[in-house]
Design a protein. Structure first.
Length: 118
């Protein structure tokens, strides 16, 4: 897999109207590598690994990303459970900094209640 790329994501099966069913085809045995790829980090609460406020947090984060003009084509979100228990960290991809984004965009995202890109 090339740096800063992900396998094709098949979003054709979407029975919930929210998130498509994950199809692991193309993702098995892949190693993802990111270099200088800007992300915004957000934290959600979960109970027994089930997120309880993900919809509101994701909507707010995407709103701030769009308002800052930093939305990435083919945006994806990486999530992981983290310590302490009851927290889940999600990383939203941003448009590449090489496309004209700068620290001002990062501050605007941060001021909106979204953590700085990592």
């Amino acid at each position: 897999m090339q740096t800063n790329e992900t396998p094709h994501y098949d979003a054709s099966v979407n029975t919930t109207g929210c998130c498509p069913k994950f199809n692991p085809g193309g993702w098995d045995d892949q190693e993802l590598h990111f270099r200088n790829k800007p992300f915004v980090r957000a934290t959600t609460r979960s109970v027994m690994h089930v997120p309880v406020n993900m919809g509101g947090v994701f909507a707010r984060v995407n709103q701030h990303i769009d308002a800052a003009g930093a939305s990435a084509g083919g945006q994806f979100v990486l999530s992981r459970d983290s310590l302490p228990l009851g927290k889940r960290t999600s990383f939203f991809t941003l448009q590449s900094r090489s496309r004209g984004r700068n620290d001002h965009t990062e501050r605007r995202l941060s001021d909106g209640g979204v953590r700085r890109p990592v």
